[in-house]
Write a protein that binds this ligand. Structure first.
Ligand code: HEM
Length: 400
C-alpha cells in the first residue's frame, strides 16, 4: 500500500510541525517517514499503540546501529535505562523507584520553585533578557536539589549530559563521536559512583540516598542500577521541563489575555500548564517503540522489531477529541494528551514536571503582568529530540 509521506528532513516541519501533521492526519491514519518507518497520526490509534502491549521500547538496537558496542560506557548505561528495558526488570525497577521517590516529591519541588523563583525574577524584571539563559535553567536547580547534587557540580553534569546525548543521538554518528560520547558517559558514571560512596560515608536524606536503601520484599536496586537511575532522572528532568517553561512563556507573550486570566483566577494555572503541554510537547516524536512480534495494526502489517513513530503534536491536536484543537483553552477538560506518553513507560517524572511548571507559572503570574517578546520570530533547533528554541528574548513587565 502506498502511504502518504511525512518528510522528517523538511526544515519547515521542525519549525512548525502542527499544520503539516494536521493536513496528513486528515488524509490518512498512518503515514510513512522518509526511511520507511510507519507514522501513526490519530488520537485513538496512538492510545491503542501505547496501551495494547503490541509495541515495546527498543532497547539498545539504535545505539548498536550507530556503532556502539557492549562494554562502551554509553551502551552499558542505555542497556539498563528504564526507557530501554521491558518486562519484569522494568516493572521491578519502576516499582522500587516509585517507592524510593515516595509521595512528598511534589511538595518538595513546589517548595524549591517557590523559594528560588521570586528572587530570580526580581533581578530580571523590566530588563531585556534571554529567558533560555536566565529563567528556564531553573529545572536544573530543582533536579539538582532533588537528587542532592552540590550546586557547584550541577552545570558541569548538565554540560556533560548535553554533549554526550547530542552527539550520540544526533543525525550523523562518526567513530570520533562514538569515542567522545563514551568518554563523556564514563565521566558521568564515575561522578555518580563517587556520589554513592559519599552517601555511604555520610548518610543524607536525598533521593540518591533513598534509591541506595530502597527495598521491596527481597528486591533492591543494584549499585549499577542506582547509577543508571540517577542519570535517568537527571536526563529526563532537565531539558524537557525547560522546553515546557519556554513554550509557556512564549504563549503568554503571544496571548496577553492568558496572563490576565491567570492573574485574575490563579486556579487556572493548572489548565494553562496542561494546555501548553498538549500544544507544545517537548518530545515532538516518540520514536523508541518497535513491534513486539509480527502484528497487524491500523490495518497494516508490522514485522517483528519494526519501528513505529508517534509525532506527538498530531494526536494532541486531533479534532476528533479536542474541539478547536489549536486553541489554548483554559476551560478545556478533560485533557487526554500524550505528551508524557502512556502505558508501561508513562513518564515517571510527570507529577514532578507538572508541579514544577505549575509553581513556576503561579509565581510568575503573581509578579509579572505582561510578557513582551523582543524578537520578530522564534527559531527552533531542527531534528532535536527535545524541542528547543535558539533564543527567547523577553521583557517581563511588572505593570501596564
Ligand atoms: C515536561 C517535562 C517532561 C516531559 C514532556 C517528559 C516526557 C517523557 C516521555 C515522552 C517519556 C517516554 C515514555 C515512553 O518511552 O513511552 C518519558 C519517560 C521518562 N521520564 Fe519524563 N518527561 C518530563 C519530565 C520528567 C521528569 C521531571 C523526570 C524525573 C524527575 C522524568 C523522568 C522520566 C523517566 C525516568 C522516564 C523513563 C520511564 C520508563 O521508560 O519507564 N521526566 N518522559
Amino acid at each position: 500500500m502506498n502511504l502518504p509521506e511525512l518528510d522528517l528532513r523538511n526544515a519547515v516541519f521542525w519549525q512548525d510541525p502542527a499544520p503539516l501533521l494536521a493536513e496528513l492526519r486528515e488524509r490518512t491514519p498512518v503515514a510513512v517517514a522518509n526511511d520507511g518507518t510507519k507514522v501513526v497520526l490519530r488520537h485513538t490509534d496512538v492510545g491503542n499503540l501505547l496501551l495494547s502491549g503490541l509495541f515495546v521500547n527498543e532497547g539498545v538496537s539504535l545505539l548498536a546501529r550507530r556503532g556502539f558496542r557492549p562494554g562502551d560506557a554509553l551502551y552499558e548505561y542505555r542497556r539498563q535505562a528504564l526507557g530501554a528495558l521491558s518486562g519484569p526488570d522494568h516493572l521491578r525497577i519502576r516499582s522500587l523507584v516509585g517507592k524510593a521517590l515516595g509521595s512528598h516529591n511534589v511538595q518538595f519541588v513546589r517548595s524549591v520553585v517557590e523559594r528560588r523563583l521570586p528572587a530570580l525574577l526580581d533581578g530580571l524584571l523590566e530588563r531585556d533578557i534571554d529567558a533560555l539563559q536566565t529563567l528556564t535553567c531553573l529545572p536544573l536547580d530543582v533536579i539538582g536539589e532533588y537528587l542532592g547534587i552540590a550546586e557547584g557540580d550541577r552545570a558541569g553534569v548538565d554540560a556533560l549530559v548535553r554533549e554526550g546525548q547530542a552527539k550520540a543521538f544526533g543525525r550523523e554518528v562518526t567513530p570520533a563521536i562514538v569515542q567522545r560520547a563514551n568518554e563523556v558517559f564514563a565521566e558521568l558514571l564515575a561522578f555518580v559512583s563517587a556520589q554513592i560512596r559519599e552517601r555511604r560515608l555520610r548518610p543524607r536524606n536525598d533521593v540518591l540516598a533513598r534509591l541506595i536503601e530502597v527495598e521491596e520484599g527481597s528486591s533492591t536496586l543494584s549499585e549499577a542500577e542506582v547509577i543508571v537511575l540517577f542519570l535517568n532522572l537527571f536526563i529526563g528532568a532537565t531539558e524537557s521541563t525547560a522546553s515546557a517553561l519556554s513554550t509557556g512563556l512564549l504563549e503568554l507573550a503571544h496571548e496577553p489575555r492568558l496572563l490576565d486570566a491567570l492573574r485574575a483566577e490563579p486556579a487556572l494555572v493548572g489548565a494553562f500548564v496542561e494546555e501548553n503541554l498538549r500544544l507544545h510537547p517537548p518530545n515532538i516524536l516518540i520514536a523508541n517503540k518497535v513491534a513486539k512480534q509480527e502484528i497487524e495494526f491500523c490495518g497494516l502489517r508490522f514485522a517483528k522489531d519494526e519501528p513505529v513513530i508517534v509525532p506527538v503534536p498530531s494526536p494532541n491536536r486531533d479534532p476528533r477529541v479536542f474541539e478547536r484543537p489549536d486553541e489554548l483553552d483554559l476551560r478545556r477538560n478533560p485533557q487526554r494528551h500524550y505528551t508524557f506518553s502512556l502505558g508501561s513507560h508513562f513518564c515517571l517524572g510527570q507529577a514532578l514536571a507538572r508541579a514544577q511548571l505549575q509553581a513556576f507559572f503561579e509565581v510568575l503570574s503573581r509578579q509579572v503582568s505582561r510578557v513582551e517578546l523582543l524578537q520578530q520570530a522564534i527559531e527552533w533547533e531542527p531534528y532535536a529530540a527535545i524541542t528547543r528554541m535558539n533564543s527567547l528574548r523577553l521583557r517581563l513587565h511588572v505593570s501596564g
